[in-house]
Ligand binder design. Structure first.
Ligand SMILES: Cc1ncc(COP(=O)(O)O)c(C=O)c1O
Length: 375
């Protein structure tokens, strides 16, 4: 049996009639960029997060970059984040002239608040907390640490739309919450798209100017900006998909529960779980020191897996030229986890049969191995 890792085309096929109808409406309207569909999607996304504003932009990367600029994070200051994330969390800082300082993560693979506390210096200009794989970082603790020092917190929610901490959606703890709506995300467009939520009126106004050349109206440039607007075709598709997000998230959670039951008792670390946080399982990532052998075993059984991320940012070739720093004490947890993490297939289109096939083969891998294959 073949179990593909991702299946983005399925959602679009299921929604084909509704999408075609909405695309036709956009075509007939003649509004293609930052038009009524984009505005409608922004309103709905803000309502979902109970924030005063949602500002749609061209990508999750732009959401982060423009957030740093709107917050006035000084060029030359230090931005604290983690090394086990998609490169954009760090790249956005670099492109805005902010010097990344990478801190270690905890057992839950997200920023360790204690490591953050120890990393602040007078040069710190911003903190970007990443909610990796759909599991909320401790944004409440991180927000308090930032607030005590007057440092803005940016939440990178690219992988965590709909995840909650203490009953509140991620993205609502910091000054801004930045989302990616890339096709592979839990709420995915059919191209690049991103969005920023905030309760701050002035910040939202800044972001709206920055994404549209600083234009206050058609002919008046009140400051320098750039082009980072959302297409109405993408917004129309996202609006249709937003109706299905709760059911798709439930499906992800149900599948994750089935994985947990099936894999219980095996010498693996399963994704984190606690009473205060809800996981939306952008990825279902396990840990084992025997990652490479397990991966090969699963591949032979037709199961596609992936590693998010095999090379922490500070080990990337681009980092060899300098430009970023690692916090005192290094990143031993990040480094160890990067050799052990393995993402198993999990998306709404995975069937129970496919999932059980994965479980059976993980189980077989450990049962047929010698006793040394333990944690
Ligand atoms: C954690 C994280 N941050 C930022 C981004 C950047 O988003 P985008 O690809 O939409 O620019 C992504 C997605 O790829 C991501 O996973």
């Amino acid at each position: 049996m073949r179990v593909p890792f991702a299946h983005v085309d399925v959602e679009n096929r299921v929604l084909s009639d509704r999408l075609t109808q909405r695309f036709r409406t956009v075509l007939d309207s003649g509004f293609f960029i930052n038009g009524p569909e984009a505005a409608r999607f922004e309103r709905r996304f803000a309502a979902l997060h109970q924030t005063r504003h949602a500002v749609a932009v061209n990508s999750g990367t732009d959401a982060l970059r423009l957030a740093l600029r709107a917050l006035g994070v000084p060029r030359g200051s230090t931005g604290i984040t983690v090394a086990n994330t998609f490169v954009a969390s760090v790249g956005a800082m670099i492109s805005e002239g902010v010097r990344p300082l990478l801190v270690d993560v905890g057992d839950d693979e997200n920023m360790d608040p204690d490591r953050l506390r120890a990393a602040f210096t007078p040069d710190t200009g911003v903190v970007i907390a990443v909610h990796l794989r759909g599991w909320p970082a401790r944004a409440d603790l991180i927000r308090d640490l930032c607030a005590e020092r007057g440092i803005p917190l940016v939440e990178d929610c690219a992988q965590a739309v709909g995840a909650t901490l203490a009953g509140r959606p991620v993205g609502t703890f910091g000054a801004v919450g930045c989302f990616s709506l890339h096709p592979l995300k839990n709420l995915g467009a059919c191209g690049d798209a991103g969005l920023i939520v905030t309760d701050d009126d002035a910040l939202a106004e800044q972001l709206r100017l920055l994404r549209n050349h600083g234009l206050a109206d058609r002919d008046t440039v009140v400051q320098w900006g750039e082009n980072s607007r959302l297409d109405d075709m993408q917004a129309a598709l996202l609006d249709v998909k937003l109706d299905h997000l709760p059911e798709w998230t439930r499906r992800r959670v149900d599948l994750a529960e089935r994985y947990r039951k099936g894999l219980a008792g095996l010498p693996l670390v399963l994704p984190p779980l606690d009473d205060d946080r809800t996981h939306v399982y952008h990825r279902f990532s396990i840990r084992t020191p025997h990652r490479e052998e397990l991966r090969a075993h699963l591949a032979a059984a037709g199961v596609e897996t992936a590693v998010h991320y095999p090379v922490p940012i500070h080990r990337q070739p681009a980092a060899a030229g300098g430009g970023l720093a690692v916090a005192h004490g290094g990143l031993p947890v990040t480094e160890r986890q990067s050799t052990e993490i393995l993402s198993l297939p999990l998306h709404p289109a995975v069937t129970e049969e496919q999932l059980d096939h994965v479980v059976d083969h993980v189980d077989a891998f450990f049962r047929t191995r010698s006793p040394q294959h333990t944690l």
